[in-house]
Ligand binder design. Structure first.
Ligand SMILES: Nc1ncnc2c1ncn2[C@@H]1O[C@H](COP(=O)(O)OP(=O)(O)OP(=O)(O)O)[C@@H](O)[C@H]1O
Ligand SMILES: [Mg+2]
Length: 436
């Protein structure tokens, strides 16, 4: 095999990651990963970790698996162990210093590095030796539930990438990465709005782009006119389905009788955490479970609190979110979807209409639209001066998200494609341009 890797790009995503290389021919190639349940190999890798309980693996330190393998092992372990997802959303969170998982302490770098190492290993296995330099994507603004610390997020990601084996790490905005990929498809200069809707963030870049084929290697092919982004995307949409469809069945909005005889509303904090995967996976702590048990004893609808305990205790978050996501995906293609989640004693079944879903995510759509308008205003550009709008990322399939752009720019200027891989492919091209 004589293929020589010239440049590497890494897209560490909230939900899916991908790694791409470029050789002498200048064409990006994606590493492939075996499928969890024996299907065809994929070009994306789930950004997910699974910790197995010690007794299952014979008393050694807890074993970690990542990506598709983590899902496979989680399914085989039937509820024993801990599945952790959407880790990228913790990067800018100052309050997340380290976490205890089955008696061991983990920093964010400890949790993220194995995912990036697995991506690196797959790329090496497929393409051979990799250069020491890599271009890593980053959102314009890192997502965070509280005040975001951008510098901290960047340094944490940098640490994880170095730990996985790279020594020269450069960052680039994810939508700028996608722009490099998009530049392969255009035939003449274009003023382009790139919009990347992922699991954790929605990111935008305005660029004056040159067709990739027209420029010589090393030449500047674009000018950035502005970048912006918000920490709202697919995970936030899932959270709304969780809130409206699932949480009521798990006791949200129910009442309990306090020790003094007062009837009070059930606390809302368990449900707020339930709405975000990355917090749900940390609910299963002893102190929290004891509070749930007490709440169940006092509840006027103890079965519903029992259902909440069942979900957390048995680590059913993955299945619950999968059911939520499944109905979201169906709503991208159909006017209604059936939501179904059964794990006795929990049984939730409902029909969701697209209009209903859109009403649930309405405030988020407004924030996304506000961000696009702000970017255009800051750059001093009118909608009509934009030649094309490239929508990418998994959440760009949501019809209401696409509508934001159709309303502003017209359907004929909207382009889509490479939804899950454009960022990684483009980052590799970006790395090639910057290579010495
Ligand atoms: N057909 C679809 N309809 C609606 N949402 C979808 C569809 N397909 C995927 N998604 C959503 O897209 C998101 C994942 O997209 P993607 O892989 O682009 O994100 P990511 O790169 O991991 O996240 P980020 O860029 O925010 O770090 C998930 O929230 C997923 O539920
Ligand atoms: Mg992404």
């Amino acid at each position: 095999m004589s293929f020589e890797v010239k440049a590497v790009g890494l897209d560490f995503g909230t939900t899916n990651s991908a790694i791409s290389v470029v050789g002498a021919d200048g064409a990006p190639r994606l590493a492939r990963f075996p499928h969890a349940e024996g299907g065809a190999a994929t070009e994306t890798f789930r950004s997910i970790l699974f910790f197995e309980t010690r007794d299952e693996i014979g008393g050694a330190a807890s074993a970690v698996s990542v990506g598709n393998d983590a899902i496979r092992r989680y399914l085989a372990a039937s509820g024993n162990g801990r599945l952790v997802q959407s880790l990228k959303s913790f990067l800018a969170d100052k309050t997340f210093d380290s976490t205890d998982i089955m008696g061991e302490n983990y920093t964010l770098g400890d949790l993220i590095a194995p995912i990036i190492s697995a991506l690196r290993d797959a790329a090496i296995a497929q393409f051979g030796e990799l250069p020491p330099r890599i271009v890593v994507g980053r959102p314009v603004h890192f997502a965070s539930m509280g005040a975001a610390d951008e510098a901290l997020a960047r340094s944490r990601l940098d640490i994880a990438v170095r730990r996985a084996g790279w020594t020269e790490v450069e960052f680039e905005y994810e939508p700028v990465g996608a722009a490099y990929d998009y530049a392969l498809r255009i035939a003449r200069d274009e003023l382009v709005l790139i919009a990347d809707f992922g699991g954790g963030t929605s990111d935008f870049s305005l660029l004056q782009l040159r067709p990739r084929s027209a420029a010589k290697h090393g030449a500047v092919r674009y000018e950035i006119l502005g970048n912006d982004g918000v920490g709202i995307a697919g995970d936030a949409f899932d959270g709304r389905i969780m809130r409206h469809l699932v949480a009521p069945a798990l006791g949200r909005g129910t009442k309990y009788r306090s020790p003094y005889g007062m009837v009070l509303p059930a606390p809302t904090w368990p449900y707020t955490r339930l709405e975000r995967w990355h917090y749900l996976s940390f609910l299963k702590a002893r102190a929290t479970m004891l509070r749930f048990e007490e709440l169940k004893r006092q509840s006027l609808e103890p079965d519903k609190i029992g259902a909440l305990i069942h979900v957390v205790e048995n680590d059913l978050g993955y299945f619950l979110f999968r059911a939520v996501e499944q109905s979201k995906l169906e709503l991208s293609d159909a006017e209604s979807a059936i939501f179904n989640f059964v794990d006795a004693p929990v049984e939730i079944e409902a029909i969701v209409g697209r209009a209903e879903f859109e009403a649930w995510i309405d405030r988020y759509l407004a924030q996304i639209a506000g961000c696009v308008d702000r970017l255009m205003l800051t750059a001093g550009l009118e909608a009509r001066s934009i030649d094309s709008v490239f929508l990418t990322g998994g959440s760009s399939f949501v019809p209401a998200v696409r509508r934001i752009f159709v309303e502003r720019f017209g359907a004929d200027r909207i382009r889509m494609g490479d939804e899950f891989t454009s960022v990684a492919r483009g980052l590799a091209l970006r790395a090639l341009d910057g290579a010495a």
